[in-house]
Design a protein around this ligand. Structure first.
Ligand SMILES: Cc1cc2nc3c(=O)[nH]c(=O)nc-3n(C[C@H](O)[C@H](O)[C@H](O)COP(=O)(O)OP(=O)(O)OC[C@H]3O[C@@H](n4cnc5c(N)ncnc54)[C@H](O)[C@@H]3O)c2cc1C
Length: 399
């Protein structure tokens, strides 16, 4: 495959996986003048999925990439009326939706909208769909990728953004299967016009009885995204597109706050998703290959940070790779990426697990749970205030 004669002196980055992490990394690398191509196994970029949050820690980066207006056009602002409740609807406290400066840089987004905004910022000839990566090798001068369609590609750096079931992870570290959390998430969308009185900007979380339920707006507030987290011994597939059972979902939350029951009465169909994560991996980098996003640090969704951390990873890599030539020791740059990112994602992986216990009310003393929920605002501030670009700058200054 030709990369173009004019690019021969620049490093060539190949990204495997055109999900949120892979596309965000591509936009960040292109913005810094780095030659990049994305290889995605699907025939088309993802249309499936439901809602994800874009939090201040990644929105500030995406805005710097020039995507603020596009995100604003399809995202739903999240802020006023955001609250935690017990299962009967009594209020536990507010959900923090701002960083320390009071900036409410938070959108509820349909995953397809977020992917589209990212894809629109990348020239179409840089995104190669129908390319399932099947093999990787490297030597002193370059890395090589093999694809199921018979093609092969040479690059200086390979970023494995191929998700929780990463094919490339085994070339970096001994592969360990993702850990099933024992929970299934039912998720889907309800048109807001079917619940016109629903709070417009609110992220609402109901907690109790070893389950939790949340609702937030997406797509300019035209759709309400709901997620019901329910214990399930039987392992459920990890997928954006497995069709769920709406009656089972409604039965799981029967007797909860009438607002939850009302919303569920409007549900026509839903997806379900088995919740998996991994303990921190021993390594993210081997030679010219670096893991990113869920391939590096799959986490439970109980802080809503999986995609946001994948965005931060891409920004960090782009900032560290900027201006590097093909003759430079690329491994050192990738090692710097791992050292910079790991402490933060290790912590968030662990905190997401803890937050799940709170949300699912797996506490003997619920007053203690409520205190921890109130105190969690301080941790969320540190999450949202973090500026990965600045972290890279200070890392480079202290080298
Ligand atoms: C219920 C639930 C709610 C969530 N809510 C949030 C939220 O609010 N906020 C948030 O930040 N995160 C959330 N997440 C997590 C978030 O969805 C993931 O962390 C995020 O999508 C990871 O992005 P990624 O690019 O690493 O992986 P993915 O988005 O999974 O993308 C991987 C891509 O790689 C492709 N691929 C895989 N293998 C190959 C191969 N061999 N060759 C080529 N391509 C390949 C796949 O087709 C896919 O397109 C949630 C997760 C769950 C389960």
């Amino acid at each position: 495959m030709s990369w173009g004669e004019h690019m021969q002196s620049k490093i060539r980055v190949a990204i495997v996986g055109g999900g949120i992490g892979g596309l965000a990394a591509a936009v960040a690398l292109l913005k810094r003048g780095i030659d990049v191509s994305v290889f995605e196994q699907a025939r088309k970029l993802g249309e499936v999925g439901a809602g994800v949050f874009v939090y201040p820690n990644s929105l500030r980066q995406l805005e710097r990439l020039g995507l603020g207006a596009a995100l604003g056009a399809v995202g739903a602002r999240v802020g006023a009326g955001s609250e935690y409740y017990r299962m009967d609807g009594s209020v536990v406290g507010p959900v923090l939706t701002t960083d320390s400066t009071g900036w409410s840089g938070m959108y509820g987004m349909h995953r397809a909208d977020l992917l589209q905004v990212l894809a629109d910022a990348i020239a179409p000839d840089r995104i190669h769909t129908d390319h399932q990566c099947t093999g990787f090798s490297q030597d002193a001068t370059s890395a090589h990728l093999e694809f199921g369609n018979g093609r092969s590609v040479e690059a200086d750096v390979v970023i494995a953004a191929d998700g929780i079931h990463s094919t490339l992870q085994k070339y970096v570290v001994q592969q360990q299967p993702p850990e099933y959390s024992g929970f299934r998430a039912y998720r889907g969308l309800v048109p807001r016009e079917r619940l016109p009185h629903w709070r417009k900007e609110a992220h609402q979380v109901w907690m109790g009885d070893n389950k939790h339920f949340m609702v937030f707006p997406v797509r300019r507030g035209e759709l309400l995204n709901y997620v019901g987290f329910v214990p399930m011994q039987r392992e459920t597939v990890e997928s954006w597109s497995a069709i769920g059972d709406r009656d089972e979902l409604a039965a799981s939350f029967s007797g909860w706050d009438p607002r939850v029951e009302e919303l569920l009465s409007k549900v026509e169909s839903c997806f379900w998703w088995g919740l998996f994560d991994r303990k921190p991996l021993d390594r993210w980098v081997h030679g010219r290959l670096a893991l990113l996003g869920d391939a590096a640090h799959a986490m439970l969704p109980h802080l809503g940070q999986g995609a946001n951390q994948a965005v931060e990873d891409g920004i960090a890599l782009a900032a560290l790779l900027q201006g590097r030539g093909r003759e430079e020791p690329i491994t050192d740059v990738l090692q710097a990426y791992e050292s910079l990112r790991r402490p933060r994602t290790d912590l968030i992986q662990a905190e997401a697990r803890k937050n799940g216990l709170r949300y699912d009310s797996r506490y003997a003393d619920l007053a203690q749970r409520d205190r921890e929920i109130a105190n969690s605002a301080a941790f969320r501030k540190t999450l949202y205030d973090y500026d990965v670009e600045q972290a890279v700058r200070s890392h480079l200054m202290h080298q």
